[in-house]
Design a binder for this molecule. Structure first.
Ligand code: N01
Length: 503
C-alpha cells in the first residue's frame, strides 16, 4: 500500500472517534514524539499517539520534583532536527525540556494526533487480521504497526518495607512528587541517593525541621559543570544556528570518548575517581561523613552522578546521613536493624525505576499468545534493541540494550526511529503485511552484545539497576553510540521474515 493511500481525508486532524490506524505510537516522550514527527515528515497521516498523561513529555512531564534537571548537556539532549537556541542553562531544568517537547509537538503538527488521558491496558497481535488490537482506558484501537515509546523510566520502584502500610504521615516517590504536601517544618525521611535524590535534597533541606537521608550505597559524584547560557550565546545560536550545531558536535564527540573508560580502557576511570574523591574531600570536611560517602565500587558500574550541592547539604545542621539499613517503618518513624527509631512526618522515595524489568512487557502479547515478559523471562532481548521474534510489526524504542551512561539517549532514539522507518518502507516495497526478526539474527546480535559486555565496568560486581535478575545487562549499549547508529542505519532484509499480502 502506498503512503498516499493511507492518508486520512482531513490533513492533520484525527477524529476523536477513530480508533483504527496504520501506526499506533505509545507515549509522548522523546521516543513517541520523535517517531510521530518522522512519520509526518515522510507524509504519513494515518497514525495516532496515545498518552496516559494530560500533556506531552513522558518522563519530563511526570517528573517535576524540586531541582529536576537533565544531567546530559542541553545541546545534545534535544532532537537533531529541532535545535533550541533558548536553553537557559548548559544542563536544562525539567520545565524547559517539557516546554521544548510541547513546542516540537505543536510545531511539527503532532498535537491533533495525540489522544491524551489514554492508558494502554493490554495489546494483542491478531494473527488472523495481522493487526495489533490495543485495549486502552479509552476504548479499543487497531493498528497495523505498533511502536512502543513508553520509556525506561516510567514505572517507579517502591520498596516494600514491613509496616509501610501503617505509616500515618505523607509518602510519595520522586517521580510522583506531591506538591500539595507542605514540607515546611516537617521531619523528612528520604530513601535512596541516586540521580533524582541528589537533585531534590538540596532544594528541600532549607524547609525541613529535620532531614534524614537513607543511603544504601554511596554513589560516585563528580563536580557539576552546569552554568547559565549567556544572552550573547543565545543570540549567537539564534542567528547562527551553525554555531550551536558545532557546539553539539563538540559535546557529542567529547562524550563519545568516555566509552573507553567504561569498556576497554577502564584505567582511565581512575582519573574520574581521583576527581570525584577530590570533590568529596573539598566539599565534606567532616572525616566521618566523608568515610560514609566514599564509594566502595568501581566508578561507572552505577550511573555517575553530577552535583555541587548534594555534599554540602549533607553537612547542614538539620541533616543526617543514615547508613543503617532500614528494618521497618512505624506509624511515625523509620526503624533501623539496630533498633534506632527516627521520627518522620514525610517519607520521600528516591528509589528509582523498574528499568530492567520493562513493566510494559506484561501488557504486550505476541502471535503465540505469550506476553513479551513471558518470552523475556526477566531478561529483555530485542534485535537492534528494537524488534522481537514472535511480535510482528512491533517496534520498541529505548528497547533492551539501547541505554547509555555516557551520551544523549536522543541520539539512540533517533537511530531507532530511522530503523523503524526503514522497516515500514521495506514492507511497502515488498508488499508485506508483517515483518519480524529471525530468531537466529536476534541470537547472533545478543551473543555479540553479551560478549562485548564482558570485562566492562558494568559487570565489575556492583549491584545496579542496569542488571537483570540473572546478572545480565539488558539495559546498556556496550559501545560507542555511533556504532549503534551504524548498526541500525539500514535494516538487513536477510535478518527478517516478511509475510506477503495475499493476492
Ligand atoms: O534512581 P536510582 P533515580 N532500600 O536508581 C536506592 C535517570 N535520571 O530516580 O544504589 C534502600 O539512580 C538505591 O540504592 P542502591 C537516570 O538515568 C535522569 O535517582 O541500589 N535504598 C539508590 O540510591 C538515573 O540513573 C536524570 O544501593 C534503595 C536509589 O534508591 C535514573 O533516572 C535525572 C532501595 C535509586 O537510585 C534513576 O534515577 C534524574 C531500597 N529498597 C534521574 N531501592 C537526567 O537528568 C533503591 N534504593 C536525565
Amino acid at each position: 500500500m502506498a503512503v498516499s493511500e493511507k492518508m486520512v481525508a482531513i490533513e492533520g486532524s484525527v477524529s476523536s472517534k477513530k480508533r483504527d490506524f496504520d501506526v499506533l505510537i505509545l507515549g509522548t516522550g522523546f521516543s513517541g514524539l520523535g517517531m510521530a514527527i518522522r512519520l509526518r515528515q515522510k507524509g504519513y497521516r494515518d497514525f495516532a499517539v496515545i498518552e496516559r498523561a494530560q500533556d506531552v513529555g513522558g518522563t519530563w512531564y511526570a517528573n517535576h520534583y524540586p531541582g529536576c534537571a537533565c544531567d546530559v548537556p542541553s545541546h545534545v539532549y534535544s532532537f537533531s532536527f529541532a535545535p533550541n537556541p533558548n536553553w537557559t542553562r548548559m544542563f536544562s531544568p525539567q520545565n524547559e525540556i517539557q516546554t521544548y517537547l510541547r513546542r516540537c509537538a505543536e510545531n511539527f503538527s503532532i498535537m491533533p494526533h495525540i489522544h491524551f488521558g489514554t492508558e494502554v491496558l493490554e495489546t494483542n497481535w491478531d494473527e488472523a487480521k495481522k493487526r495489533w488490537i490495543t485495549k486502552t482506558s479509552n476504548g479499543i484501537y487497531s493498528s497495523r504497526i505498533l511502536v512502543a515509546g513508553t520509556g525506561a523510566l516510567s514505572e517507579a520502584k517502591l520498596p516494600d518495607f514491613p509496616g509501610i502500610e501503617d505509616f500515618r504521615g505523607e509518602m510519595f516517590h520522586s517521580a510522583n512528587w506531591n506538591h500539595e504536601v507542605d514540607l515546611e517544618g516537617k521531619r523528612i525521611a528520604v530513601i535512596g541517593t541516586g540521580a533524582s535524590t541528589i537533585q531534590f535534597v538540596p532544594e528541600i533541606q532549607p524547609k525541613a525541621a529535620h532531614l534524614d537521608v537513607y543511603m544504601r550505597t554511596a554513589p560516585w559524584i563528580m563536580p557539576h559543570p552546569d552554568r547559565p547560557v549567556t544572552n550573547m550565546e543565545r543570540s549567537i545560536y539564534k542567528f547562527f544556528p551553525a554555531a550551536q550545531l558545532t557546539m553539539r558536535a563538540a559535546i557529542f564527540w567529547a562524550r563519545e570518548t568516555f566509552v573507553l573508560a567504561f569498556t576497554s580502557q577502564r584505567k582511565i576511570m581512575k582519573i574520574g575517581e581521583f576527581v570525584a574523591r577530590k570533590h568529596l574531600a573539598k566539599q565534606v570536611p567532616d572525616p566521618e561523613l566523608r568515610r560514609k560517602l566514599t564509594p566502595n565500587f568501581e566508578m561507572g558500574c552505577k550511573r555517575v552522578l553530577l552535583s555541587n550541592k548534594f555534599y554540602p547539604t549533607l553537612g547542614k545542621e538539620n541533616v543526617d546521613l543514615v547508613i543503617d539499613p532500614i528494618a521497618k517503618v512505624g506509624k511515625d518513624s523509620i526503624i533501623s536493624y539496630d533498633g534506632t527509631k527516627r521520627e518522620a512526618d514525610v517519607i520521600i522515595f528516591g528509589t528509582g525505576f523498574q528499568v530492567a524489568e520493562m513493566p510494559f512487557s506484561e501488557r504486550v502479547r505476541g502471535k503465540e499468545g505469550k506476553f513479551l515478559s513471558e518470552q523475556w523471562k526477566g531478561s529483555p532481548r530485542a534485535h537492534m534493541g528494537t524488534t522481537v521474534p514472535g511480535f510482528p510489526n512491533f517496534f520498541v524504542l529505548m528497547g533492551p540494550n539501547t541505554g547509555l551512561g555516557h551520551n544523549s539517549m536522543v541520539y539512540m532514539i533517533e537511530s531507532q526511529i530511522a530503523y523503524v522507518m526503514d522497516a515500514i518502507k521495506l514492507m511497502e516495497r515488498n508488499d508485506s503485511v508483517a515483518i519480524e526478526p529471525k530468531q537466529e539474527a536476534l541470537d547472533q546480535f545478543v551473543g555479540d552484545l553479551d560478549k562485548k559486555m564482558e570485562g566492562t565496568v558494568w559487570t565489575s560486581g556492583c549491584a545496579s539497576w542496569y542488571l537483570d535478575s540473572q546478572g545480565r545487562n539488558p539495559t546498556l549499549w556496550p559501545g560507542f553510540s555511533w556504532e549503534f547508529r551504524k548498526a541500525t542505519k539500514k535494516l538487513k532484509e536477510s535478518e527478517y521474515s516478511f509475510l506477503k499480502a495475499a493476492l
